[in-house]
Ligand binder design. Structure first.
Ligand code: PRP
Ligand code: MN
Ligand code: MG
Length: 185
C-alpha cells in the first residue's frame, strides 16, 4: 500500500485544530442566523469536508445545496475563468445563503461565484472559508467567516486535492516537492 505520509512535507493544521475551529465558526453562524432559515451552499469538490463538519456542528436545522464550478487549467494554479459543472437545485431568491468553501487562494472562484449568486437576488449572501492564502487580499472579498490565514504553500487534505488526490486526509498538510516535480526525491 502507498503511504500517504510519504507524500507530505508537513502537517500545517492538525485534525484537532481543524475541528476546534469548525466548532467556533459554527457557534458564530448559529448566533448570526438565529431564527432564520439558512441555506448552506457548498462548492464541490473541495468544500465537502468543511461543509459536512460545519453542518453537523450547527445546532439549528439548515438546508444544504451544492454547486460544482471549475476554473480552467489544472495543476497548482487558478486561471480565473470559471464554468458551472453543476448548478444549484434551489432557487435562492429571497433566501439567506452562506457559501461554504475550503480555501480562498486567488479569490477568483469566489469573486465569480458571489456575483453569479448575487444576480439571483438572495436575501443575504455571505462566505465561510476554512483557509485563506495571502493572494486573496487582491480579490477584495468580504469573507464573513474565516478559519485560518495560511502561508502561500501548496496545501492538501480535508477536501483539498492535488490532481484529485489527498482530499481524504483528515488534516491540512503541505505536499512534498517530489510529488509535484519540485525537485529532490
Ligand atoms: C480550489 C478550491 C477553491 C478554489 C480556490 O478548487 O477548492 O474552490 O480552487 O482558488 P481561487 O481562490 O484561486 O479561485 P478547484 O477549482 O481546484 O476545484 P475542486 O474544489 O474540485 O478541487
Ligand atoms: Mn474548490
Ligand atoms: Mg482542486
Amino acid at each position: 500500500e502507498k503511504d500517504l505520509g510519504a507524500d507530505l512535507a508537513d502537517v500545517l493544521i492538525p485534525e484537532d485544530a481543524l475541528q476546534e475551529k469548525i466548532r467556533e465558526l459554527a457557534a458564530q453562524v448559529d448566533a448570526d442566523y438565529a431564527g432564520r432559515d439558512l441555506l448552506l451552499v457548498g462548492v464541490l469538490k473541495g468544500a465537502v469536508m468543511v461543509m459536512a463538519d460545519l453542518a453537523r456542528a450547527l445546532s439549528s436545522p439548515v438546508s444544504m445545496d451544492w454547486m460544482a464550478v471549475s476554473s480552467y487549467g489544472s495543476g497548482t494554479t487558478s486561471s480565473g475563468v470559471v464554468r458551472i459543472l453543476k448548478d444549484l437545485d434551489t432557487d435562492i431568491m429571497g433566501r439567506d445563503v452562506l457559501i461554504v468553501e475550503d480555501i480562498v487562494d486567488s479569490g477568483l472562484t469566489l469573486s465569480w461565484l458571489v456575483s453569479n449568486l448575487r444576480s439571483r437576488k438572495p436575501a443575504s449572501l455571505e462566505i465561510c472559508a476554512l483557509l485563506r492564502k495571502p493572494e486573496a487580499v487582491k480579490a477584495e472579498l468580504d469573507v464573513r467567516y474565516i478559519g485560518f490565514d495560511i502561508p502561500n504553500e501548496f496545501v492538501i487534505g480535508y477536501g483539498l486535492d492535488y490532481a484529485e488526490k489527498y482530499r481524504n486526509l483528515p488534516f491540512v498538510g503541505t505536499l512534498a516537492p517530489h510529488v509535484y516535480g519540485g525537485g529532490g526525491s
